[in-house]
Design a binder for this molecule. Structure first.
Ligand SMILES: [Mg+2]
Length: 455
């Protein structure tokens, strides 16, 4: 797969490359992992927050959510919006809202995402969160006798449960007990990393996971595939665990040094040196390593946690790993014929509309009589074409997510998710192994963007 470019990035100038671990350096079998998160979240809702046992019957469907959706916590809706905050699809719980319902609820189908009722769900657990929330909304509607709390409270409870699952080790214990089930082994990632080192780049890990989990995952996915190094800790100059991103990029948290054998820690006020640390902050790391911000490239999978703050408070360069991209690009390729057919039909429609305009001009400007039937016949033809376009769009959309369509687009415009990628990531890719298609000192240049008046 290719690497896509939003802003010029000359890898020759990059001296250090930092990696987030979960879903960036180490990829998961996402459907299996999200299902685990889904089940554990439900368990927390029942055991910790007193939700009815009935919710244990909920079934997980990985396709029911995509990254970048927005939850309207007040109305129990889940919506996908464009870069201009225009709603493209909307569901109330698991039921799709008609265009008319959307219009009624959202008065003109645009939303102001800065309102508190909207929750943007671009987290590592967005799929599990959304699927649990949607099913709880349906349950509340269908069984008022259960007396479930208002939608807003349900959303907060699900968030809390997801957070608990994430923090208290429930997920990590299950994952480390069966790594092959949840984690992808990819020798090509290791090949790309070692190639960077051959070209003199320093590699860092900056992860929010703790040292023991980090060690378990890297022992499994990196060390077995190394050719020029003995152990993952030789490959990475520096590993920062429990980094508390995005605060790592904005605050001054203390560094602790971790002993790799015993996992024991000591306070570390001295200069940062190669090794394994916990906590700390970006600006000290950068200064102690004697680097300028734009000599560091940081790769993550999470726009808010990894990239957005970093871009705003440090001047490190940024890259996003977006696992959905692969499928999305394949779908674009296999739907080319529909796109061409839709363009052809649109051209026919435009020319018919021009003919209608000409008939009106004849009547209004040149005061000649025009037969009503002639105009109506043109409208009939336009309607026929609209139906054909509709059919082609349905065929096209079948190749993407069956409920939400494209992840990166909301109709003719980029989705809000895609627009954040454009804004905050200098380059983006499906996986780290995609670097193997380029020289480690490659000069990434974006294509010139054409504006409306240049087309
Ligand atoms: Mg991550």
């Amino acid at each position: 797969m290719a690497i896509y470019v939003n802003r010029v990035l000359n890898m020759k100038h990059i001296k250090a490359i930092g990696f987030d671990m979960d879903h960036t350096l180490v990829r998961y079998h996402s459907d299996v992992f999200e299902e685990l998160t889904f089940n554990e979240t439900i368990r927390k809702l029942v055991t910790e927050l007193n939700y009815p046992l009935e919710i244990e019957k909920f079934e997980f469907d990985f396709l029911k959510a995509v990254r970048g959706l927005i939850v309207d916590m007040e109305y129990g809706n889940i919506i996908k919006v464009s870069l201009y905050n225009k709603i493209k699809n909307a569901y109330h719980g698991g039921r799709e809202l008609t265009y008319r319902e959307q219009q009624r609820i959202y008065k003109g189908s645009s939303v102001d995402l800065s309102e508190e009722r909207y929750l943007s769900i671009d987290t590592a657990f967005s799929i599990a969160f959304t699927v649990v929330f949607a099913q709880l909304v349906d349950l509340k509607d269908n069984k008022p006798e259960l007396d479930l709390p208002p939608y807003q409270e349900i959303a907060a409870d699900v968030l809390r449960s997801v957070d608990m699952v994430h923090r208290d080790g429930s997920l990590k214990d299950i994952v480390t007990a069966d790594l092959d089930k949840y984690v992808i082994k990819d020798p090509e990632t290791v090949e790309a990393l070692e190639r960077f080192v051959t070209y003199g780049k320093k590699l860092w890990i900056i992860t929010n996971s703790d040292y023991n989990y980090t060690r378990a995952l890297l022992d499994h996915t990196i060390t077995p595939f190394l050719k020029n190094h003995k152990h993952w800790s030789d490959l990475f100059e520096l590993t920062v665990t429990l980094a508390a991103k995005p605060r790592f990029f904005t605050e001054k948290l203390p560094f602790l040094k971790v002993d790799p054998e015993t996992a024991m820690m000591e306070n570390w006020d001295k200069k940062i040196e190669p090794g394994i640390f916990q906590g700390g902050y970006a600006l000290k790391l950068q200064a102690d390593m004697g680097l300028k911000g734009d000599e560091i490239l940081y790769l993550g999978d999470h726009i808010y946690g990894d990239i957005l703050r970093l871009k705003k408070s440090c001047d490190w360069r940024t890259a996003l790993v977006i696992e959905e991209l692969d499928q999305e690009v394949q779908a674009y390729k296999s739907t080319k014929e529909y796109s061409i057919e839709i363009d052809n039909l649109m051209a026919q429609k435009i020319s018919l509309e021009k003919e209608v305009d000409d008939l009106y001009a004849k009547e209004h400007e040149f005061k000649q009589s025009v037969a009503k039937d002639e105009v109506l016949a043109k409208f009939d033809e336009i309607e026929k074409i609209d139906r054909q376009i509709g059919k082609q769009i349905k065929q096209y959309e079948k190749h993407f997510n069956p409920y939400w369509g494209e992840v990166m687009r909301a109709g003719a415009e980029p989705s809000v998710f895609a627009s954040q990628i454009e804004r905050y990531a200098c380059i983006y890719m499906t996986k780290i192994a995609d670097f193997n298609g380029y020289n480690p000192r490659h000069y990434y240049r974006p294509k010139k963007r054409r504006m409306a008046h240049e087309m």
